[in-house]
Write a protein that binds this ligand. Structure first.
Ligand SMILES: [Zn+2]
Length: 290
């Protein structure tokens, strides 16, 4: 995770943990879906799938443009790159209403997906797809949102004035965003329901099942067998510890200890380990301290 200028840049897999630490006081009930149109894969200068433009340069460029439009900061809260990296707008943190869909931003988080996904233009990379699915699933988990077209909304489903349409309608929709070929299926409600939303749902289910496994393993009380095993283990540790440094000289080693001390072989024979007393006794029986 790197912070630079007005943005935080992280790997897709860092997002969920980061998100869990964010305290968001405004009520979130919608996640917007946008493509940036520009910047896109061309302006990112992709060579063999790798953008030559720096991530922060791209993010700051969008911010400068938004500020020049008179906005108070970067329009979107979150940006997802073609390589799966995720940009967080520090001047548009999650507590700030975004500027994503005119008159329809209250209660929303604006996510911009880098690229131009109208037909005949950019084809989304798998890395970006995976990150997109993961980010929406994490946000749905965090804000307890149902995965449907009321809670995950395409820009194209709104008029320029911010009225919600039943679907993308050329001439009525303010934009084609997130693209007429978005996700390979397009920007209609049917297209969203075909692959995009089910893939987010599947990712969300997986996140939740991971939680469940962790919780049940941690929370379950010990079984009777486990309790017995645990007690036996404790008893063993106690015995080993007592053998390591014995409270008093064992009776069977007393005579040997006295002899060893008298012979000047050891200064003290108290507080020794079980093995120490055994060794002294063996040596004594062999006639060493006479
Ligand atoms: Zn848009």
């Amino acid at each position: 995770m790197i912070q630079q200028g007005n943005f935080l840049l992280m790997e897709k897999d860092e997002f969920r943990d980061w998100l869990s630490k964010q305290s968001v006081s405004r009520k979130i009930d919608r996640l917007q879906v946008h493509h940036t149109a520009s910047p896109n894969y061309k302006t990112r200068r992709m060579v063999n799938g790798i953008a030559q433009q720096d991530h922060f340069e791209c993010l700051e460029g969008m911010r400068r443009y938004h500020l020049s439009e008179g906005w108070s900061g970067t329009g979107q809260n979150i940006t997802i790159f073609e390589d799966g990296k995720v940009g967080i707008s520090l001047d548009r943190n999650l507590n700030k209403t975004p500027a994503g869909i005119r008159n329809a931003n209250s209660g929303a988080i604006c996510i911009e997906i880098i690229g131009y996904f109208d037909k005949g233009n950019d084809v989304m990379t798998d890395k970006q797809k995976n990150a997109v699915v993961h980010i929406y699933a994490c946000l749905a988990e965090k804000f307890n949102l149902t995965i449907d077209t009321n809670h995950i909304v395409y820009h194209a489903w709104f008029t320029y004035g911010g009225t919600r349409l039943t679907d993308f309608k050329p001439g009525e929709s303010s934009k084609t965003c997130p693209g007429t070929a978005f996700w390979g299926d397009g920007n209609t409600v049917a297209a969203a329901k075909k692959n995009f939303l089910p893939q987010i749902q599947a990712e969300l289910d997986q996140l939740k099942s991971k939680n469940k496994t962790t919780v049940s393993e941690d929370d379950q009380p010990m079984t009777i067998q486990e309790q017995a095993d645990f007690q036996a283990l404790q008893e063993q540790v106690k015995q080993l510890t007592s053998k390591l440094s014995m409270d008093k000289i064992p009776d069977w080693a007393m005579e040997a200890c006295v002899a060893a001390k008298n012979a000047g072989a050891v200064d003290t024979t108290s507080g020794g380990s079980f093995d120490f007393y055994r060794l002294i006794t063996v040596l004594y029986r062999k006639g060493f301290f006479k």
